[in-house]
Design a protein around this ligand. Sequence first.
Ligand code: PEP
Ligand code: MN
Length: 578
Amino acid sequence: MRVAIQGTYGSFSEAAARRRWPGLETLPCREAKDVVAAVREGRAEAGCLPIENSLIGSVTTTYDLLEEAFGDGALRLTHEILYPVHHTLMAVPGATLEGIKRVLSHPVALGQCRDWLGTHLPDAELVSAWDTAGSAEIVAQENNLTVAAVAARHAADAHGLVPLVERIEDDPTNQTRFLTFTRSGVELPAGSSGVTRYKTSIIVLIDHKPGMLALTLQAFGVGGVNLMALQSRPERSAPWTYRFYVDVDGAATDPRVAEALEEVEALAAKVVVLGSYEAWVEGSRLSAPPPTPAHHTRKPDIPLVDRRRAPDGSRIQVRHLVFGGESPVLIAGPCSVENETMILETAEAIAKVGGDMLRGGAYKPRTSPYDFQGLGVKGLRYLADARERTGLPVVTEVLSWEEVAVVARFADMLQIGARNMQNFSLLRAASRSGKPILLKRGAGATIEEWLMAAEYILAEGNPNVVLCERGIRTFERATRHTLDLNAVVMVRERTHLPVIVDPSHAAGLRSLVVPLSMGSLAAGASGLIVEVHPDPAHAMSDGEQSLDLPMFADLASRVHPGRDSKARLAVSSWQRDA
Ligand code: PEP
Ligand code: MN
């Protein structure tokens, strides 16, 4: 097989290509565009070009070729190669390090050996050459004992030189990434990497409208496609506009990538798919891909949530806590995080009397757009501080898929609220965060709909779901909602997932919260989530249903009777402090 490379025999491109195809024959070309031409015209089966260096960054000459070279679909990328760049100082036989007065190489190579050259050859003249192997060729032709080249070790053999010193690069982690390509329809010999993973590279041209770049790339995020690199290059014909080069994890035929690409093509002014190619697995940082989307797989005979899959019930761990274990988990905290002091003080009081976990909304789903919407990231930071202070793990609500990443950054468990139970892109994104999920039942959702919402999360690869019954809407107006204890019992028959109860939102009235809590535990709930506020009369949201601290202490002592004495002691010391 003949592979076109930029540079001459002994170049890094040649060595990189040999890493894939040891027996290849090289076709040296002067410039990157000549490599493209050689492949297009069939003078070589494949081309191999450097695209990126781990220290220097993008090889812009290669990037700038891509649209023109690949735009008509005649070529496609086939393989990625990562090649460690070690430099060798080489000269004609008989030369010595002490005798070297002039050093030739590509300026990037000289730059990568700057410290070494400064220390060992401080007086030598450094001369830029067209490429590394080409400088070795010049040194061989000059046949002068005072001239050396910096190039790959094998360039010495290729040009009859001897290595004077090997591995003179300043940073031993230095690597270059190469891409190989061929004509569409040509099959190249399989790579030698063992495990096969694919990447897809595309060029995206975007209309200049506010938000368009983010919206276009978002298509990858929503679908769970890992966007691995984004490079912008100026559009030569239109100053201060750019084209974007995007690398994603996966082949264009993967359902996730295919769906995302369809959206990108719909949004962007132009998309050129350069190809899906075998990624270099060894030493690269490829994360585990998300599972194939459920709608592209066969429906399991038994749903993932079905109790038959785990007849003894699943135990879901959140830090040191276990839902579905022997002891109920008591989650407490304000409806919303209102300010730093209030969440810290409330968390401390909850911890003292035996609460297990802290709740508090930083993003609030409010019925009216004029109401307090939560403190956002500030609220998340305060929650994390409260965890530091008290050791209580934190659960907090995430309202949309866009916020999943930031909420997951701070929370130990993501709450999907009643209003969002069937927000399927949110369910999928929350699943992919890898955090345990607290899935509240929609106020108008049937048990079947609720379990299928949980199925979405499990099918996207995250098994850690805890269900939460929080009251459903009935004709009854005396209470905010109607706590459906039928569902708690029924759900335990139908699913292995633990279920907890939120009596606060179910009742909407604080006086009902303790009795409903006890009833819920009697019905088999694995825990409770209750709203607690240090001054419910002045709460920014849901004050009527929030327990004050003494009421919560009473609840905690009933939920965790074993911790009774410690809890009482803690209440009284808290009251003393106050
Ligand atoms: C909450 O827990 O603060 C909340 C908004 O609950 P729900 O989604 O059950 O209404
Ligand atoms: Mn609330």
